[in-house]
Design a protein around this ligand. Structure first.
Ligand code: PRP
Length: 183
């Protein structure tokens, strides 16, 4: 769906589809140069990263395998502790592999901090992060993301994989949700 299909649910477009794809192209060029000859595995975090992984890997100039993890927090009360459980684990043994975790957004950073710790314990050769979006004002824990598409304000954003109550993931752009939708 496009911004005009959102009606008054969308406050404003933050990034157009063209801007997103240009950002991913730039990231893919950096990633491709850094991992040339290294057999990198892209690990997407479901569900938000679906669009990012599919466009980022298609922007790569050589073959890159993908794998997926799905995780869940135990509830809003424990979210701040970063406690999550694995709903779907990797199919791949990452021992001695170069892993690139791909996210749609780093908000508080708690999800990624848990994932990174978990993956590093499995003996990966390296674990780095690529995220399309990052909200510097919202970060509670420091995440050293090597590849970042865009820093954005701490607003409620939807589209390109990001949802509001599972809605709007299929919006082509990234936009700010109108406050009347959640207040
Ligand atoms: C979103 C996003 C990240 C996480 C970022 O996932 O995809 O994984 O939140 O937030 P944090 O930095 O505060 O931890 P969400 O749990 O909403 O699930 P989804 O990907 O299925 O939308």
């Amino acid at each position: 769906m496009d911004a005009e299909h959102m009606g008054d649910a969308l406050e404003r477009v933050l990034l157009t589809e063209e801007e997103i794809l240009a950002g991913l192209d730039r990231m893919a060029r950096e990633i491709a140069a850094d991992y040339e000859g290294k057999d990198v595995l892209m690990v997407g975090v479901l569900k938000g990263a679906v669009m990012v992984v599919s466009d980022l890997m298609r922007a790569m100039p050589y073959s890159v395998p993908m794998d997926w993890m799905a995780i869940s927090s135990y509830g809003s009360g424990t979210r701040s502790s970063g406690v999550v459980r694995i709903l779907k684990d990797l199919d791949t043994d990452i021992t001695d592999r170069h892993v690139l975790v791909v996210e749609d957004v780093i908000d508080s950073g708690l999800t990624l901090s848990w994932i990174l710790e978990n993956l590093e314990l499995r003996g990966a050769a390296s674990v780095e992060v690529a995220t399309l979006l990052r909200k510097p004002e919202a970060q509670k824990v420091e995440i050293d993301a090597k590849y970042v598409g865009f820093d954005i304000p701490n607003d409620f954003v939807v589209g390109y994989g990001l949802d509001f109550d599972e809605r709007f993931r299929n919006l082509r752009c990234v936009g700010t949700l109108a406050p009347h939708m959640y207040s």
